[in-house]
Design a protein around this ligand. Structure first.
Ligand code: MG
Length: 397
């Protein structure tokens, strides 16, 4: 079903990202290419508008000559159902928006302008703006001003007056306009329109009516690396990853018993290609799962490979730690259960935890090893097997 009153979305993305790159002219649109949740930052806005029922198309103003790069580096990263048109950006934001307006679909009743650098946009904000519009020509999303704002005498640092905070409103995007009124504002203002830095200002200057629509959600405009760090935290969470590992080894006579990298005095030891350390094998599996590498210890160190015959398992742990390091992770915490009836592991659990902590390079209190018994049920009963369950938490480097 096509929307009753379709909205064309315009995203000016032709800026030079000067503030972001510390004053130098950045590589074309670099800010919008910054990775956020595994994709270029601009993709988030495109995806949100693509899902919004009223939106019929998206028009993006890109730097002159930047169309190919935009398609290659941004559009190829998202699967969009709706039409995306790229237009050449102008010298100013308002000129870019004007260029985009020339391509707006005939059937669009509304035009929405949104900063590509505000990736925390939510689809319902568009509905909120539409509902708030009533008889007005435009509606601007934003929030009541919190800081005290002082107005200075022109060209000086002398305070002229302290503005009444109750009447101040910080404008953000998206901003929604009736198409006719928005086009009319550009026509009325002529070249003057191109000097305006906020879209709603055009409608206001042309005598149109604009509503302020307050919300309190985060809607950061990414202009610095600090902003980028903040939105990453919002989108990607605190970066912790979780994995679970499990392993079981049969116990046979005349074999050493290794657990947590320690040799435990025992009449029986693990049957296995390597040293059969069930705790460290489960740990490796948990690390692989949490890091997104996937698979298990046997996929990386197959028991068909003679190199791993009799190999001590701390080597496997150190190897996967290097692998996850290359992916930007390190171990944060480990919680483990060992299930074994004979020998009793109670006296060894603290030592095992300390040894695992040392291996992972983390503090002792971040590793816990519990020694459980089978209660006489299953393969662990009577000392026939040992099994291990491990929960692994990884954190960004
Ligand atoms: Mg194993």
């Amino acid at each position: 079903m096509s929307p009753v009153s379709p909205v064309s979305v315009i995203i000016p993305a032709a800026g030079a990202s000067r503030r972001f790159s510390g004053g130098r002219r950045a590589r074309t649109g670099s800010k919008l290419l910054s990775a956020l949740g595994g994709k270029p930052l601009l993709c988030r806005s495109l995806e949100v508008f693509d899902q919004a029922p009223d939106v019929c198309e998206m028009i993006v103003a890109v730097p002159p000559g930047g169309q190919k790069q935009f398609s290659r580096e941004i559009l190829s990263q998202v699967r969009l159902r709706k039409k995306v048109t790229l237009v050449r950006g102008g010298k100013t934001r308002a000129e870019s928006v004007w260029n985009a307006l020339q391509r707006v679909s005939r059937r669009a009743a509304y035009v929405c302008v949104h900063d590509g650098a505000r990736p925390l946009i939510q689809a319902w904000w568009l509905d909120l703006l539409k509902k708030s519009l009533n008889g007005s020509d435009g509606a601007v999303l934003g929030r009541p001003m919190v800081p005290t704002v002082k107005q200075l005498r022109s060209g000086t640092l002398e305070v002229e007056e302290t503005l009444d905070r109750g009447r101040l409103f910080e404008a953000e995007t998206p901003q929604l306009f009736r198409k006719k009124a928005f086009l009319e504002a550009y026509r009325l203002l002529g070249r003057r329109a191109f000097t305006m830095t906020d879209d709603a200002s055009l409608v206001e200057a042309a005598g149109g009516s604009v509503k302020a629509v307050a919300h309190s959600e985060p809607n950061v405009k990414v202009t610095s690396v600090q902003d980028l760090a903040f939105v990453r935290k919002m989108v990607e969470g605190d970066g912790y990853r979780f994995g679970i590992g499990y392993d079981r080894h049969l116990l046979i006579s005349k074999k050493p018993l290794y657990l947590g990298g320690l040799k435990i005095p025992s009449s029986k030891g693990s049957l296995g290609h390597s040293d059969g350390d069930a705790l460290l094998h489960a740990l490796v599996d948990g690390i692989l799962g949490a890091s997104g590498i996937g698979g298990d210890v046997g996929d990386i160190f197959p028991d068909r490979d003679p190199r791993w015959k009799g190999k001590r398992s701390p080597f496997f742990v150190r190897t996967v730690l290097q692998m996850i390091r290359r992916r930007g992770f390190r171990a944060a915490q480990v919680d483990a259960n060992l299930i074994m009836d004979e020998p009793k592991l109670g006296i060894w659990k603290k030592k095992m935890a300390e040894h695992v902590a040392l291996l992972l390079g983390i503090a002792d209190h971040r590793v816990s090893v519990k020694a459980k018994t089978s209660e006489g049920v299953g393969a662990e009963a009577d000392g026939r097997a040992v099994s291990a369950q491990v929960l692994v938490v990884l954190q960004p480097l």
